[in-house]
Design a protein around this ligand. Structure first.
Ligand SMILES: Cc1cc2nc3c(=O)[nH]c(=O)nc-3n(C[C@H](O)[C@H](O)[C@H](O)COP(=O)(O)OP(=O)(O)OC[C@H]3O[C@@H](n4cnc5c(N)ncnc54)[C@H](O)[C@@H]3O)c2cc1C
Length: 308
């Protein structure tokens, strides 16, 4: 039986692997289907402390992986589809393989919800389509951008982007925002934000170099299509936490985020079972916060094992 199994090799999982590795716990890390996690889909990370010139997402995650391996972390390509608790033993099922552990750190992240329209995937992460204004807003200084969505996140992203961008068009399929009244008022009254009401995006168009040049929207009432020119398209229609496999074992909220025990960010209701990063955190969703939670989960796991 393993002392610690970590699920996921994003910032949370790999930070937990560094800490548990340095604590001589010889962690086994199961990678899932996206080794390196979400950051491997972005070209430039400028807000992770310690990199004055920025670093590309793939290199950063490769460095974290090597750093954890140096302290004894072992990696396996396995995606867990079910977990079971039998007394103190945690059983993890990945296809026909079964893993057993004393402690488990779930760091399976989340995936941004996308529109599924032509051009979106091709230009995602570095070519104009993104899902994170906090991460990528500064790359669009003095440019026109669009934000797609109608909730609080979309309104917040649009307002944040007004700090950098010359114009922000907020595209929403209805004629009023779902966001809280205060956020909706702030967004709709901002001089740099233009509303595109009753507008459903149907395609992202590329320029000759393959970068975003416009989003095509269809009027949901008249059916008419038009192009909204932009260099950046921020999709803000939510995230889906990768937590289906904890169903029935760990508590999840209505959106699927794991609910930690009261008073802790990373402990769950089951002893020796921890969760960290974007699969728990629906508020900050940043590399540094995920790494911070990975560190907390590792220290808690180490303490819990020491107490047994
Ligand atoms: C395009 C883009 C750009 C971004 N830019 C920045 C930025 O510049 N700065 C910043 O701070 N943040 C940025 N972010 C946000 C940042 O990537 C996330 O906050 C961070 O990656 C969360 O880390 P995590 O470890 O919680 O999860 P993730 O990075 O989502 O990693 C999850 C891991 O879990 C694994 N996994 C999933 N399901 C299973 C399973 N069933 N079994 C085993 N393993 C599983 C996956 O394979 C993956 O390895 C960006 C996000 C995106 C999408």
């Amino acid at each position: 039986m393993e002392d610690v199994i970590i699920l996921g090799t994003g910032c949370a999982g790999l930070t937990a692997a560094i800490y548990t590795g340095r604590a001589q716990l010889n962690p086994l890390v199961l990678e899932g289907s996206q080794p390196g996690g979400q950051l491997t889909t972005t070209s430039e990370v400028e807000n992770f402390p310690g990199f004055p010139e920025g670093i590309d997402g793939y290199t950063m995650m490769d460095n974290l992986r090597k750093q954890a391996a140096r302290f004894g972390a072992r990696y396996e390509h396995a995606k867990v589809d079910k977990i079971e608790l039998e007394g103190d033993v945690k059983k993890l099922y990945a296809g026909d393989k079964v893993y057993e552990a004393k402690t488990v750190i779930v760091a399976t992240g989340a995936r941004p919800r996308l529109l599924g329209i032509p051009g979106e995937k091709e230009m995602f992460g570095g070519k104009g389509v993104t899902t994170c204004a906090t991460c990528d807003g500064a790359f669009y200084r003095d440019m026109d951008v669009v934000v797609v969505g109608g909730g609080d996140s979309a309104a917040e992203e649009a307002l944040f982007l007004t700090r950098f961008c010359s114009k922000v068009t907020l595209i929403h399929r209805r004629d009023e925002l779902r966001a809280s009244q205060i956020m909706a008022d702030r967004a709709t009254s901002h001089p740099k934000i233009e509303m595109a009401w009753n507008a459903a995006p149907t395609e992202v168009l590329a320029d000759e170099q393959g970068f975003t040049r416009a989003v095509v929207v269809k009027d949901t009432i008249t059916g008419e299509e038009r192009e909204i020119p932009c260099k950046g398209a921020f999709i803000a229609i939510g995230h889906i936490p990768n937590t289906d496999f904890v169903e029935g074992v760990l508590d999840r909220d209505g959106d699927g985020y794991i609910i930690p025990e009261a008073g802790s960010q990373v402990k769950t209701k089951h002893e020796g079972f921890f969760a960290a990063g974007d699969c728990v955190d629906h508020v900050y969703r940043q590399a540094i916060t995920a790494a911070g939670m990975g560190c907390q989960a590792a220290i808690e796991a180490e303490r819990w094992l020491a107490e047994q």
